[in-house]
Design a protein around this ligand. Structure first.
Ligand code: KG4
Length: 329
């Protein structure tokens, strides 16, 4: 079989990224131009500023990705941009760029769901991993437990009813004065603390989540307690959210009779979450987690998902539009 090269484009939030991936599994290049320093001073991503910076970066990042992969545009088999979910203005930049490349080169345009991309990060880290498995998808905008039935076939078993888990990390970080992006900062500070505070955990009949109660409890404790130990507060928050995630994952495993679990999304970079999931291996689970650099937004995961969409026969018209609320199923 001939090798297939996909060119992934990611611009759904504050990273402009372009990657070239071979056969869905091997990264030839993965250039990530992050805007974190630009948004840091506002305490979060400012959508209009993000869009403008994507426009400024996209061409440069693409050229760099081609150069590093040592391939030219003619050698690319499919152009695979993210078209949702995410910030609409930001998505439009990468998608329009991808559409222009597809039209000019007469190459297939194959749209990618950003969440599908996060799941596919595992295929790059683990060349042997194949569906079916359960994916615990935890990012800044989404939290869901997905039954990955095939490379392009998914069933969402449970999802958040309010905040995404990354959003909760970012808000907690803001309240305790750690700044943006909060997840890695909470992770670091929690290592110096002990989880002394009992926080409320919400349970539902099904596999849904709610993180707003835990988040509000952290905010209230912080306001009401003088000289609160911030490291202990972060450790308590992290422990509570991890317990909820793991409880629901075990339920999903029992429901589907699948003990292969993969993590995905920015929050799967969290050291406590990773070590607690690894502990499950003692109970017969097989745990997969993407390389740290593939947990947060990047185009390699998009090019990998794009490859599976491409070989499954998906082709998009140039009328493909950005879908800020695009669902996995
Ligand atoms: O997947 P991602 O890069 O973007 C989305 O697609 O949403 O996830 C970003 C989220 C942010 O909320 C960030 O604070 C969180 O991932 N994050 C972490 C860690 N690293 C990134 N949260 C907890 N612990 C971390 N080490």
């Amino acid at each position: 079989m001939e090798d297939i090269l996909t060119l992934g484009i990611e611009s759904s939030c504050d990273e402009t990224s372009v990657a070239i991936v071979k056969n869905g599994r091997e990264i030839l290049s993965n250039i990530i131009d992050t805007q974190i320093p630009i948004h840091e001073k506002y305490g979060g991503v400012v959508p209009e500023i993000a869009s403008r910076n994507h426009i400024e970066a996209i061409s440069r990042v693409t050229k760099k990705a081609l150069k590093e992969a040592n391939v030219n545009l003619e050698q690319i088999d499919a152009i695979t941009p993210t078209y949702g979910p995410g910030l609409v203005g930001a998505l439009l930049v990468g998608l329009s760029y991808g559409k222009a490349l597809s039209y000019a080169l007469n190459k297939p345009l194959v749209g990618v769901n950003h969440i599908q991309g996060h799941i596919a990060a595992n295929y790059i880290t683990y060349p042997e991993l194949k569906p079916p498995f359960i994916c615990v998808m935890m990012s800044g905008g989404n939290t869901q437990i997905v039954h990955v039935k095939g490379y392009t076939e998914f069933e969402v078993l449970g999802k958040t009813r309010d905040d995404a888990i990354g959003e909760a990390f970012d808000k907690v970080a803001r309240v305790v004065g750690l700044g943006y992006p909060g997840g890695p900062k909470v992770d670091k500070l929690a290592k110096e603390g002990i989880p002394e505070y009992e926080l409320p955990k919400t349970h539902f009949e099904n596999l849904d989540f709610s993180f707003s109660g835990i988040k509000t409890a952290v905010i209230n404790l912080n306001h009401k307690t003088q000289n609160i130990n911030k490291a202990n507060l972060c450790a308590s928050f992290q422990k509570a959210v991890t317990e909820v995630i793991i409880e629901n994952t075990i339920k999903a495993s029992q429901l589907t009779n699948i003990k292969t679990i993969a993590l995905a999304g920015g929050v799967s970079a969290n050291s406590h979450i990773r070590s607690e999931f690894l502990n499950l291996e003692k109970e017969g689970y097989k745990i997969y987690m993407p390389d740290l650099k593939l947990c947060t937004d990047n185009a390699a995961m998009i090019a990998s998902a794009g490859y599976y969409n491409y070989i499954s026969g998906r082709r998009d018209e140039l009328t493909l539009n950005a879908k800020p609320n695009l669902k996995l199923t």
